[in-house]
Write a protein that binds this ligand. Structure first.
Ligand SMILES: Cc1cc2nc3c(=O)[nH]c(=O)nc-3n(C[C@H](O)[C@H](O)[C@H](O)COP(=O)(O)OP(=O)(O)OC[C@H]3O[C@@H](n4cnc5c(N)ncnc54)[C@H](O)[C@@H]3O)c2cc1C
Length: 486
């Protein structure tokens, strides 16, 4: 099949999965009142991919596949994947943190690493190759969760105390697991769930807690518990981003789930986990930066539009705020291209350098993205709050007031209010709060990532720079007769 239509995708979600919002079992996410708009947004991406197949797909053995499944062998391949990723996120204003291109790239990276997965036993590498071909040929949407639930994070507490996934039985058909994983963003909109052992995996890890696999969302005894939704299906235009692009998060509960042998990629081997972690994170954070650039562009667009509509674009303080965002956008774009140029070869493929890509999402999530949100808040003032429901335009008298008192110098009330609603969703709405948390945490705890950078980087080269300068100054002092001895 290779590529599918939006309609094919929507139909595929009605698979008998066990997914709950509160105590409500969601039978079909594609038709569920609060989920259907987001499902349709994903379907729109599939349709657009088909419509622009010449630009964002590739052909292998006569069959056409999406660029978001392309294994990278050359610099040009990076550009092809980037084009695919950008199309999906431009279609959705960059608001989805976790459209499934994040995970198609994960799976493709695991495929590129099949030689590593084969080390303990060739069957695991083979399983991965076959899974890649299977998922790619169906153009599957995936979700993942690699963190253990937050139960006990005190010093010394590990996977067991946090109810992480673990093996409880091994039989001819496969491995039975129990436990829980969080956060499975996009779960309602995915066809399959994939996971790896949580990172970092220590070499002395209990092997029962080390397993990586993929399963369909409707696997028996696999249960998803979602957070509440932010969508407003009764009036999507009043909360447009929250309704169209709420990639709902879920906790995945494994209540004795059988993983067939052919779906297992990592089995009781912490060393392998450690080896693949580096390339996986490298690619995941490279994709996430490409996605973050689109979101930043949307925010710059909102800020610029608002400033022009209200006539505040004439002020240097306003120009400076937006100017910084444009600078950051350019820095991220340059970084993405630089990362592609310096990727290292592995087994005929190219792998970006994780120490260059990981900081991009950490710096973005901790500093750049909060600054972008703050810019929207600062530039809009009360305008982000004062946007009445669009139904005012249905009433003749109220419409008159709305046209007069909600218009802007450079825009009709209708257009100005729509911009204001986009800004609302990103800044003061529930989705906006969640997006801030998402950007900060989705690729790991930034506090611990900074410590990893401190501990694992070679700081001697930096200290040498200081020593060189000190030596020079000391030589000047010596000439002037100044020495430690006096
Ligand atoms: C909106 C959202 C969506 C997400 N989506 C996904 C997803 O789709 N798939 C997925 O796999 N993951 C996802 N994540 C999860 C993400 O991977 C984790 O949030 C991240 O790894 C941090 O782990 P945690 O949330 O368990 O925080 P914790 O590890 O519990 O940390 C909470 C706080 O405690 C501190 N702390 C905890 N342990 C220690 C320690 N040992 N030493 C020092 N300080 C410590 C941390 O610094 C932090 O301040 C998502 C997260 C969010 C917020």
């Amino acid at each position: 099949m290779g590529l599918r239509t939006g309609q094919d995708y929507l139909k595929s979600l009605n698979d008998g999965r066990e997914l709950y919002i509160g105590n409500e079992l969601v039978k079909d996410p594609a038709t569920h009142p609060t989920l259907r708009y987001t499902a349709q947004s994903v379907a729109r991406c599939y349709d657009l991919q088909l419509a622009r197949a010449d630009e964002v797909t590739f052909v292998e053995n006569g069959e056409r596949f999406s660029n978001i499944w392309l294994p990278v062998r050359t610099k040009a391949d990076f550009e092809r994947v980037r084009k695919g990723v950008t199309l999906w996120h431009r279609t959705t204003a960059g608001i989805f943190g976790r459209l499934h291109d994040y995970l198609t790239i994960w799976v493709t990276t695991l495929y590129m690493l099949h030689d590593v997965l084969s080390k303990p036993d060739p069957k695991f590498g083979k399983n991965m190759i076959e899974y890649y071909y299977y998922a790619r040929s169906k153009d599957l949407a995936l979700t993942h969760a690699i963190s253990m639930p937050q139960i006990d994070r005190s010093p010394g507490a590990g996977r067991k105390q946090n109810e992480d996934l673990h093996i409880v039985e091994v039989n001819d058909r496969g491995v039975v697991i129990e436990g829980c994983r969080t956060v499975s963003t996009y779960a309602p909109f995915a066809n399959e769930f994939i996971t790896l052992p949580q990172l970092p995996a220590n070499p002395d890890e209990d092997p029962d807690y080390v397993i990586g696999f993929a399963l369909p969302m409707n696997a028996k005894n696999l249960v998803f518990l979602c957070r509440e939704t932010y969508s407003s299906p009764e009036a999507p235009w009043d909360h447009p981003l929250s309704t169209l692009y709420d990639d709902l998060d879920a906790q995945a509960v494994f209540d004795r789930v059988l993983i067939p042998w052919e779906r297992i990629f990592i089995y009781r081997d912490p060393k392998i986990n450690f080896e693949i972690y580096d390339p996986i994170m490298a690619y995941a954070t490279w994709q996430a930066t490409v996605r973050a650039i689109v979101k930043l562009e949307f925010i710059i667009g909102l800020a610029a539009k608002w400033a022009e509509m209200l006539g505040i674009d004439a002020y240097p303080n306003v120009q400076e705020r937006i100017g910084w965002l444009i600078e950051w956008r350019n820095v991220l774009s340059a970084a993405v291209e630089g990362v592609e140029l310096t990727a290292r070869p592995h087994n005929g493929f190219l792998i970006p350098e994780v120490w260059k890509t990981w900081p991009l999402v950490m710096v973005h999530g901790t500093y750049i993205y909060p600054m972008a949100v703050e810019t929207l808040r600062v530039l809009t003032g009360s305008g982000v709050i004062m946007n009445p429901p669009m139904s005012v335009f249905k009433d003749e008298k109220l419409r008159k007031y709305a046209h007069k008192y909600f218009r802007a110098k450079g825009a009709s009330a209708f257009d100005r209010l729509l911009v204001s609603k986009f800004v609302h969703d990103i800044t003061v709405g529930s989705l906006g709060g969640r997006l801030l948390q998402y950007e900060r945490y989705f690729a790991a705890d930034p506090f611990r990532v900074a410590i990893v950078h401190y501990r694992f980087s070679d700081k001697s080269q930096f200290k040498q720079l200081v020593d060189d300068q000190a030596a020079f100054i000391k030589s000047l002092m010596k000439e002037a007769g100044i020495s430690e001895e006096g």
